[in-house]
Design a protein around this ligand. Structure first.
Ligand SMILES: [Zn+2]
Length: 372
């Protein structure tokens, strides 16, 4: 009898230790990743300044505004719509920390889906954090999940019905910010976040907006620029110019009947011209093997290399994989080239932002060296 007591106490104690360790790891994901905006940041607001319903919730997130004081268009750049698509939020963070506006205005939100940065997707074995080496030391960022944290919106419905189209999607998508536009002021948590972004676009009179993503190498839309039909000419021009630099981007037109996405709903609901860009990220793929921090940073997975050699993935998977610096460099170059193409089409509204590192610089020096 006595032995049973010892066993029970030992198990209870072991359980306590495991839960202390696990809860520390869970709680570490609530510590925000610091962002150090450049000296040219003219004001910092919060997303809830545009729609007060999300104030004080896990959906609120910083908004960095760079106003040159000179006339020109207003550009919005979002990273972290899907937090586990690391190149998007890191590219937007680099822009925030280096931007020097010369004409027009730039607004950056490096972590658009703040809730999704507080958890990782279950059953995927994802690391919670990754570390980049900057010129003055190391900096750690959260990896996050595709959708919002289920703690902030629970439970998932069996079927998610998009508002206002009524289009039906898998219940999981109810926590996906990029299925929640144009949003709803008194809707679900994620619809309220989506609504706040549409209000930001309206109130700030944004002319062009960018949403930075990544996808698994086996996904069809990879290394792509997806445009609302309003931006067809700008996107086509940019894809050609990128081709001259030996950078291949496929041009995809946003389907009119696929609802909830930024490149569709922002463009339909407001005067903005929206673009969404995708790079190729092996850690999101189903073919991947060992899932660790190195895979986030180096994007080098032997199974994807084999798949590429067999011609089974659409992108050319270089020998060295798809490292974060390459993915960030592509996002920054795509952004820069699309802005230039916008300026060509609307010279009277042209916008100029200096300080954003170019493709070769990011590739050669690494994304971390452009972070403070
Ligand atoms: Zn995405």
């Amino acid at each position: 009898m006595q032995r049973h007591h010892y066993t029970a106490s030992a198990l209870l104690f072991a359980g306590l230790i495991v839960s202390v360790i696990a809860s520390r790891e869970f709680l570490s994901m609530y510590a925000p990743d610091p962002v150090f905006p450049s000296d040219h940041c003219s004001s910092q607001r919060m997303l809830s300044d545009y729609s007060s319903g999300i104030r004080g919730t896990a959906g609120d997130t910083p908004v960095y505004i760079f106003d040159s004081g000179e006339p020109g268009a207003t550009i919005l750049l979002l990273g972290g719509t899907h937090p586990n698509e690391t190149a998007g939020s890191i590219a937007a963070t680099i822009v925030t920390e280096n931007a020097r506006p010369v004409k027009g205005r730039l607004i950056v939100v490096p972590q658009a889906c703040a809730s999704g940065f507080t958890a990782t997707d279950p059953l995927e074995g994802f690391p919670t954090h990754f570390t980049l080496t900057t010129k003055s030391g190391e900096r750690t960022f959260r990896f996050g999940s595709r959708g919002g944290n289920p703690i902030h919106q629970w439970p998932d419905p069996l079927v998610y019905r998009h508002y206002p189209s009524g289009q039906q999607l898998s219940g999981l998508e109810s926590r996906n910010l990029n299925r929640s536009y144009p949003g709803k002021e008194d809707g679900t948590f994620m619809q309220q976040v989506g609504h706040a972004f549409v209000r930001l676009i309206e109130q700030e009179k944004v002319d062009v907006a960018f949403d930075l993503h990544e996808a698994a190498p086996e996904v069809m839309i990879i290394n792509a620029i997806i445009t609302h039909e309003k931006g067809n000419d700008i996107a086509a021009n940019a894809v050609l110019n990128l081709e001259f630099e030996d950078l291949k981007y496929s041009l995809e037109i946003s389907p009119k009947n696929f609802h909830g996405l930024s490149h569709r709903e922002w463009g339909d609901a407001t005067p903005v011209i929206p673009f969404l860009m995708e790079t190729s990220n092996p850690i999101q793929g189903r073919l991947r093997g060992v899932t660790n921090e190195a895979l986030i940073l180096e994007g080098n997975d032997p199974f994807y290399r084999t798949a590429a050699e067999l011609g089974n993935v659409r992108i050319t998977y270089e020998k060295e994989g798809e490292p974060l610096s390459l993915r960030v460099a592509r996002h920054l170059q795509g952004f820069r080239t699309l802005v230039a193409a916008f300026n060509e089409q609307f010279p009277e509204k042209s916008v100029l932002v200096e300080g954003i590192p170019d493709y070769q610089a990011v590739l050669q020096q690494g994304a971390g060296s452009f972070l403070k």
